[in-house]
Structures are given as structure tokens and as C-alpha cells.
Design a protein around this ligand. Sequence first.
Ligand SMILES: C[S@@+](CC[C@H](N)C(=O)[O-])C[C@H]1O[C@@H](n2cnc3c(N)ncnc32)[C@H](O)[C@@H]1O
Length: 300
Amino acid sequence: MNQIQTAASPATVPANSSRSQKPISLFRTLKNIRRFAAELIPPAVSKLFQEKHLALTNESKDDETVEYLIPAKRPSEIWPAFGTTEVTMLPRHLRNHLWAMPENELLVLATICKLLNPVNVFEFGTFTGGSTLAIAANTPSDTEIITLDIPPEERRSHRTGVGSDIPFDYVIGESYLGTRYESKISSIRCNATAFDPTPYQGKMDLVFIDADHTYSFASNDTQNAIKMLSPNGVILWHDYRWDDDTPECVGVTHCVNEFHQQHKGCIEILGTRFAVYQNSQWSESLSESSCQPRPVEAEV
Ligand SMILES: C[S@@+](CC[C@H](N)C(=O)[O-])C[C@H]1O[C@@H](n2cnc3c(N)ncnc32)[C@H](O)[C@@H]1O
């Protein structure tokens, strides 16, 4: 059962939340250790370990060479009014952690929200709430935003797709706490793997996916997103495109490529790491014939 909680009281940015590379380095170290250990451990033992701790990890999908296979478009090709749309950004949007979205992508997210005018929004991956605040500040006053993040008490026991726990503490949604947008936002403290989308079936005009970026988790969130999507709804994935600092995001790339094969209608937003899907036909001008898939090899 999902638990909607009221927001916790505002807190200052944790001391370890500067632009530290620590979380990513830790992920990479753990991944390398896992690869090395996999060669030493007998297959039966390794299988047991994986079943217990990495139940949702699909290693093959997270380790393959990736190709960016969906069509790519500049934002103004997707939304002609993109460049002249006025948005609201707050000083709190200045980036304070590697896991928080940088300002340029928050600007894109804010603009998309202005253009879509969604009534109901669902977000996987609140973190400190920078993206949630961008959504809330750029949607109509009656828009309801539900944002999900893992409960703080599960951060240490949960195994992420790269096999670590969540290695540091943060205040969920602290960026929007105390702002006038806070009342539009409901925070769900729930592991995405245990999330039941049934109450929100067919209701969400925008689903933003930015939680665990490995393949099985991203696929699980995507399947839930499609169940929740309204007839003209839009799914937005962060980290479809990624760099060497975040190799686990290859899972998102595979997930979106696969989703596009099945459903069509995905577009990479050039100049960002976003991919977008609309739950109805894109207009003629967006027909895929004018888009060239651009295979890119990535080091994982
Ligand atoms: C990259 S951060 C989200 C950043 C945020 N959208 C922003 O732009 O500031 C990913 C978030 O997803 C959460 N997360 C990771 N795995 C999760 C899971 N299985 N269930 C729920 N939340 C999860 C992490 O704790 C983290 O807060």
C-alpha cells in the first residue's frame, strides 16, 4: 500500500551534499568489485547472491554497449513555442549535489511543463526536490504532483541496481519545502519496486522518471508509467543520454530503446539527457522519417 506523507520540515543542505563525486565513484568501485568477484565465485553461489540482493538487476542489459536508437530533435522542433516560453525558476534551483538536475535541464523541464499544462503529474525519484519544484512552479495552480522516493529508513538496506545501498542522507523534497508550491505536491515514501500504480490508472498527464537508472528498475518504472498515463499523457525520462560519470544510466537507454521498438513515439531531446514519449500520435512534422538514429558507442 502506498503511503502519502506530508512533507518533513525544511532542513539545510547536508554537509556532504556538495558537488562531490563520491556517490558515483562508490557505484563504480562496487560495480568493478562485483565484476571481479563474479569471476571467482562459483556460479551457484553467485546466483544465490544475485537472487537475494540484486533481484531486479538485469546485468546483460546494464553492461552492453549502448546505441542511442530513438530519433533526436531539438526542443523547438518538438514544441515550436519552446524558445519563447517564459518559466519560473528559483534560486533554490542552483545545483547543490551531483544527483540533482543541473540548471539547464531544469529550464527545459520547466518549459515542457509550461507547454503541456498537465493536470496530474507523477515523478519517480524526488531526491532533494529540484525537479519537483520546477514542475510545481511551472504548472497551473490546481495541478497535483505526486513524487515518489525511497523511505529514508530503507536507504541502507535497499540494494540498488548497481548493488550498493543509497550511500548518503538527504531531506526528501527540501527544495520545495516552505515555497508557495509545496501545497501542490504530495510525497510518497515508497520503494519504486513496491509501488502500486492502480489508484492512478489513466490519470497522469506527465510522468517523469528519474529514480534508479539501471535497466530493471527503469523498466519497472516505465511499465508503471504507461499504466498511469492519460490519453494524451507524456513520459519524460532523465538520463537517456549519459556520460562516463554515470555508466549505470545505460539501463535507461536500453529501456527507452526497447520501449520505442514496442510503442514508437519516443524522441531524444537534443542538448539534454531527456527522452520523451507522447501517448498519442506526434504531429506529421515530427514523423520519424525526418529523424536519423545516431548510434554511439559508450564505454561501460
Ligand atoms: C537522480 S536522483 C533524482 C533527482 C531529482 N529528480 C532531481 O532532479 O533533483 C534519484 C532518486 O531516486 C531515488 N531512488 C533510487 N532508487 C529508488 C527506488 N527503488 N525507489 C524509490 N526511489 C529510488 C534515490 O534515492 C534518489 O533520491
